[in-house]
Design a protein around this ligand. Structure first.
Ligand code: ADP
Length: 570
């Protein structure tokens, strides 16, 4: 407390130089000899003091007894003038202060130093305490003689309570901020350096307070953000707008990224000066992860649902298709039965018909022969020639009917095949012997080339039938002077028999067709009455029926080669 010279009137209201009167002190009547102060001014001061309610102002005599009263005394301390004037001012002090003579000490200090100021507990008339600011000023006369003290007391209870309240609330708030774990709450100076840190910040960012204070807050940002100056930009936004908020990636001390919600708020002094920023960061990683999990779950469910729906519709389609196939199969089966039935009817009809035809044909042949033999009377040359023509036509018709019967039997699946070992050389020679006469008649050379001995597995009469058909075709379609060759051998584990001719050949586009029933190349032009067109069809069927095949190659105008392959006998 600054010490003042006793003569310094600074602590006393000007013009208020108290003087003793009847052991008391009356400022209104104070007279300062030689002073120019008017009585009016003195009155004003009296008025002032008497009307001040917020300060208890009174004058004490040299020993500390109360000489004057003002309304503040009653308001603050509860005493009327009558009750307090003449009492010692120690009345206002609590017991603990009286115990060590604080009141006397205060007067001593005031006397010595001119002024004493104190804050402390004081008592009201009813014994209750109040927190007071007390200023005691020594009053001296012109001679410097101590005449008493002015005492001004102010009730600070409310201010003190408010201050205490503020202090406590600040402390509570500080504790709150410090202990929040789910939010990083810290402060930055205007340049972005960290000046406070809390538990949550340590928890989320990983740095201790000692490590981080003074560092720049850009330490929390990933390189790509630092690259374009994001941290200072955020402070710029917060400075101009008052606030910056975003969600983004931040980096923990261990380098790990976390998804954060960040709010930066500018802190300004009442005058507007920027004091710094508060930064509140929330770790949303878990929330983001769970949102992404939910999203992924939803996507997966949707995909599963789609797949299920697709599978269902697929199954339905398949079911429908299956049903369709079943009906089709039934229809086919029905048709097959019908076709089989029709075929059987046709074969029966053909068998019956060929039988019916063969009987009269045989009769025609027989009787023609009988007539030609002249047993029933002589026949002249012309009659004989006519009889031969009848016989040829009868033979031709009989062959035709036999072919048709054979073919219809095969078609009806009535033909059965034996599987006997047949020496190839045997079969080949037997067949060539049969056609030797007609080859000679036609002027075609017939040659059987010897081959390696081999045994074929098959049905002898059917093999003979095939060979005869191939040989008679070769002779029939080769001009006189030509040649027909019969070869055989073993190829790829099968027996191959080839009938080669130097005849007219078959056009390439007809080569397959000749194996179909009733197909004859250029029939009407070259050989109007020969054959039925069934021979090759029957021969291929027979070959296949024995587990072999019949094929042809040919060059028109040069000749043909028909190849019969059959299984080798083990
Ligand atoms: P067909 O001999 O009774 O007419 P095929 O089925 O045996 O009936 O023969 C069918 C047709 O194939 C013959 O009409 C003929 O046009 C042709 N063909 C068969 N063999 C030969 C061959 N060696 N050279 C030329 N054409 C042939």
């Amino acid at each position: 407390m600054p010490s003042k010279s006793p003569a310094d009137p600074g602590d006393s209201p000007p013009g208020w130089t108290p003087s003793p009167r009847d052991g008391g002190f009356d400022p209104s009547r104070s007279a300062r000899g030689g002073a120019d102060l008017s009585a009016d001014t003195t009155d004003l001061h009296r008025l002032l003091v008497e009307s001040v309610r917020d300060y208890a102002i009174f004058v004490l005599d040299r020993t500390g007894h109360v000489l004057t009263w003002n309304p503040g005394v009653e308001r603050l301390k509860g005493y009327t003038a009558d009750e307090i004037i003449g009492r010692h001012f120690s009345t206002f002090y609590p017991a603990e202060d009286l115990a060590w003579n604080k009141p006397a000490w205060e007067l001593e200090v005031a006397t010595r130093e001119g002024r004493f100021e104190d804050e402390g507990w004081r008592l009201r008339k009813d014994g209750s305490r109040f927190w007071a600011n007390v200023v005691i000023t020594a009053l001296r006369d012109e001679m410097g003689e101590l005449v008493g003290f002015a005492k001004v007391t102010r009730d600070l209870t409310e201010r003190r309570a408010a201050e205490e309240e503020l202090r406590q609330s600040e402390q509570r708030f500080r504790l709150l901020v410090q202990n929040v774990r789910d939010y990083a709450i810290f402060m930055l100076d205007p340049g972005g350096h960290i000046i406070s840190w809390n538990e949550g910040a340590q928890h989320i960012n990983g740095y201790s307070e000692a490590e981080i204070l003074g560092r720049h807050f850009s330490i929390f940002y990933p390189d790509e953000d630092i690259g374009w100056g994001k941290p200072p930009w955020e402070l710029e936004v917060a400075t101009s707008e008052g606030r910056f908020e975003e969600e983004g990636w931040r980096i923990r001390k261990n380098g790990e990224r976390f998804w954060a919600n960040v709010v930066i708020t500018a802190l300004r002094a009442p005058g507007g000066e920027l004091l710094g920023f508060t930064k509140v960061t929330r770790d949303l990683t878990e929330r983001r992860a769970s949102m992404q999990r939910e999203l992924a779950d939803a996507r997966r469910l949707a995909a599963e649902e789609t797949a299920r729906a697709m599978a269902e519709s697929r199954a339905q389609e398949l079911g429908a298709l299956n049903e369709q196939l079943r009906t089709q199969a039934e229809e086919l089966e029905q048709r097959r039965r019908e076709a089989e039935q029709a075929n059987r009817v046709k074969s029966e009809f053909l068998a019956a018909m060929s039988h019916e035809l063969r009987t009269p044909l045989n009769a025609i042949g027989g009787y023609a022969q009988l007539l030609a033999m002249g047993i029933q009377g002589p026949v002249n040359e012309e009659q004989e020639a006519a009889l031969h023509r009848i016989q040829r036509s009868q033979q031709h018709l009989l062959g035709l009917i036999n072919d048709i019967l054979n073919f219809s039997r095969m078609e009806a699946g009535e033909v059965t095949y034996a599987a006997d070992p047949i020496p190839v050389q045997d079969a080949v020679e037997a067949a060539s012997e049969i056609v030797a006469v007609s080859a000679k008649t036609r002027g075609v050379a017939l040659e059987v080339r010897p081959g390696a001995p081999a045994t074929v597995l098959g049905d002898r009469p059917k093999l003979d039938q095939i060979l005869l058909n191939l040989l008679s075709n070769a002779i029939k379609f080769t001009e006189p002077g030509g040649r027909v060759t019969l070869e055989h051998g073993v190829e790829d584990g099968r027996v191959a028999i080839r009938v080669r001719d130097t005849g007219i050949g078959i056009p390439a586009d007809k080569l397959e067709a000749v194996f179909e029933p009733f197909v004859q190349v250029g029939r009407s032009l070259t050989h109007p009455a020969e054959g039925t067109g069934l021979g090759l069809a029957i021969s291929r069927d027979l070959a296949r029926g024995m587990g072999g095949d019949l094929t042809a190659v040919s060059t028109e105008g040069k000749g043909s080669v028909f190849s019969l392959t059959l299984p080798l006998s083990p």
